[in-house]
Design a protein around this ligand. Structure first.
Ligand code: FUB
Length: 305
């Protein structure tokens, strides 16, 4: 009995210590967590190497963990020069990764107007450009939107992959099975039912599409500053219906989330300004447990007293 109580207490303490704490002492942002081969790979924007005045880093950072408690900094595993079509000083923003058929794909917003895709045999790379041009190019693609950034990929149970991205107007497009080409037109993702009494409830950035018990959940930031809110649909392309808030405003200009199920439990990844010297451009990734209610709605994540 004594042992059982101690073990339960220890587990509780570990969970509490975990929630809301930066995973690293190095500035990082825009979490893109994935489980590959039983291990968590967290791809991120590198805020430590930016000027402190803007998000002008040119490389991405990788962290890995076997338990979500201890994190290893695997370094600047990739930078924008992997894409020969990109300017070497192009800003490297919120990344995404996906696995299919033995290959790992890295989706990279470059310069604010293009999304590149790189491919590797290993989740930590080395990655090489999977094409000779960008996967999404504002200047080339109809309906790519004003700012094609923040790519995120869902591979559905039937094998169809979807890419979402964009600021102010959320975009969604089907990918071919090669994961490196578009399988259809870029469409606006429609969200209905925003609360009429709150004009701040609208799409801003950070799209994230996931599936839970057969329902599609589309979460995103409402803007600058932004809350993380979500909408649901019975079909991946939508239309989606607004459902509520997952995570409240932060004291920084951006909010950017991801949801990962690891060992059967859902986790919420986000960034904040909690490290010493932190701020709008010096962010730090944290995680917290995510909970669904029985009716499928998501409980608001609270990490501060
Ligand atoms: O890190 C640069 C930008 O800040 C991202 O693309 C946005 O989602 C916001 O987090």
């Amino acid at each position: 009995m004594t042992f059982k109580i101690s073990a339960a207490l220890l587990l509780l303490m570990a969970t509490q210590a975990l929630a809301g704490e930066p995973i690293s002492t190095r500035f990082n942002a825009d979490p893109s967590p994935h489980v590959f081969n039983g291990k968590v790979y967290l791809y991120a924007t590198d805020d430590a190497s930016n000027s402190g005045k803007y998000w002008d880093s040119t490389s991405w950072r990788l962290y890995t963990s076997n338990d979500l408690k201890t994190w290893r900094d695997d370094g600047a595993f990739l930078d924008v020069t992997v894409f020969k079509w990109a300017r070497p000083d192009a800003k490297a923003w919120a990344p995404e990764a996906a696995y299919r058929n033995g290959k790992y794909y890295f989706y990279a917003p470059v310069g604010g107007d293009k999304i590149g895709v790189a491919v590797a045999d290993n989740p930590a790379g080395p990655f090489k450009d999977a094409r000779s041009d960008a996967l999404i190019d504002k200047a080339r693609d109809a309906n790519a939107g004003d700012e094609p950034i923040d790519p995120q990929v869902l591979i559905d149970d039937d094998g169809q992959a979807y890419l979402t991205f964009g600021t102010r107007v959320p975009k969604i497009v089907k990918l071919n099975a090669d994961m490196t080409s578009l399988a259809g037109p870029i469409e606006n993702l429609v969200i209905k039912g925003f609360p009429a009494d709150d004009p701040k409830k609208k799409y801003g950035e950070a799209p994230f599409l996931h599936k839970h018990k057969g329902l599609y959940y589309f979460s995103f930031s409402t803007g600058w500053p932004g809350q993380i809110v979500y909408a649901t649909s019975k079909t991946p392309m939508g239309p989606y219906t607004y459902r509520g808030v997952i995570f409240d405003y932060l004291k920084i200009s951006t909010n950017h989330q991801a949801i990962l199920t690891f060992k059967g439990k859902p986790w919420f990844f986000y960034h904040d300004n909690l490290l010493p010297g932190g701020g709008d451009h010096k962010r730090s990734i944290s995680i917290a447990p995510l909970r669904y209610n029985r009716d499928g709605t998501i409980r608001e994540v609270k990490v501060k007293p």
